[in-house]
Design a protein around this ligand. Structure first.
Ligand code: PEP
Length: 251
C-alpha cells in the first residue's frame, strides 16, 4: 500500500515566531489516519519544529537539503549526520531551485541520495522539466534521465525509503498548475520507468507526489488521479488553514 503524503516546503520563508505559529496550527489539526504530513523546514528551525511535530503522530519534519559528504571543511553546509543527530526523519533532495541556483546535477544528487540513505534518512527526490522541455514534448524522457542519473543504482531496500516528487518547473510558484491529466500522465510514466528499473513491487509501492501550485481549490482533483499519491506544496503549505484543507483533500 502506497502512502498518501501531503508535504510542505517552506523554502527560505518564515521568521522563527511565524514558523512556530504555523506548526502549532498544523499539529493541532485532526489529520486523517491514512495521511502522512511532512513539513520541509528551514535548517535553522529543524530542531524546534521537530520537537513540536512529535505531538502529532501524523506529522514529520524534513530538511530541504543536505551535503554529499558526511563532515568536513564545508562552511555553511548541513550534513546527513547532523540531521540524524537531531532525529530528523526526511530530507528533500534535488528540488529544482537547488538544481538551478546551486548547480545540483544528477551526479551530485546521486551522491546526496546515497549518503542520505546510508544514514537512514527518508529521501524525497524531486524531478521535473522546464517549460522549454515541455513545449518540445520531451518531458517524459527528461524526467526519466533525472531518475536514471540519481536513482537507477539503488537497491530495492534503498527504494523503499525514497518518495518521488514530480514538480514541473513551469508550475512551481507560478500559479500555473499542470492539469490533473498532465500530472497523471507523467506519474504513470515515472511509475512505468520504476517498473523497468526495479520491478513491479517497487513501482507499485513508491509514492509519487505532484508539486506545482497545489492549493485547496485544485488538490482534490490532482490527488484523485490514479498515480498521484499526494503533493509537495510550497506557497499553500505556509498558511495553516490552506495546508490543512490540502491535507484533507485525499479521497
Ligand atoms: C515547491 O516549492 O516545491 C512548490 C511546488 O511550490 P508551489 O506550491 O508554491 O508551486
Amino acid at each position: 500500500m502506497r502512502k498518501k503524503i501531503a508535504a510542505g516546503n517552506w523554502k527560505m520563508n518564515k521568521t522563527f515566531g511565524e514558523a512556530v505559529e504555523l506548526t502549532k496550527g498544523i499539529v493541532e489539526a485532526k489529520i486523517p489516519e491514512d495521511v502522512t504530513v511532512i513539513l520541509g523546514v528551514p535548517a535553522i528551525y529543524l530542531n524546534k519544529i521537530n520537537g513540536m511535530a512529535k505531538s502529532n503522530e501524523r506529522v514529520f519534519v524534513s530538511a530541504q537539503n543536505a551535503h554529499q559528504e558526511l563532515r568536513g571543511a564545508y562552511t555553511g553546509e548541513i550534513s546527513v549526520e547532523m540531521l540524524k543527530s537531531i532525529d530528523i526523519p526526511y530530507v528533500i533532495l534535488g528540488h529544482s531551485e537547488r538544481r538551478e541556483y546551486n548547480c545540483e546535477t544528477p551526479e551530485l544528487l546521486k551522491k546526496k541520495v546515497r549518503i542520505a540513505l546510508d544514514n537512514n534518512l527518508e529521501v524525497i527526490f524531486c524531478c521535473g522539466e522546464s517549460l522549454d522541455i515541455r513545449k518540445a514534448n520531451k518531458q517524459e524522457e527528461y524526467v526519466r534521465n533525472q531518475i536514471k542519473g540519481s536513482l537507477s543504482e539503488l537497491s530495492d531496500e534503498d527504494m523503499s525509503h525514497v518518495t518521488i516528487a514530480y514538480e514541473p518547473i513551469w508550475a512551481i510558484g507560478t500559479g500555473e498548475t499542470a492539469s490533473p491529466q498532465q500530472a497523471q500522465d507523467m506519474h504513470k510514466s515515472i511509475r512505468a520507468y520504476l517498473n523497468e528499473l526495479f520491478g513491479n513491487e517497487i513501482a507499485a509501492d513508491t509514492a509519487i507526489l505532484y508539486g506545482g501550485s497545489v492549493k485547496p481549490a485544485n488538490a482534490k482533483e490532482i490527488f484523485g488521479q490514479d498515480d498521484v499519491d499526494g503533493g509537495l506544496v510550497g506557497g499553500a503549505s505556509m498558511i495553516a488553514d490552506s495546508f490543512i484543507e490540502i491535507i484533507n483533500s485525499f479521497s
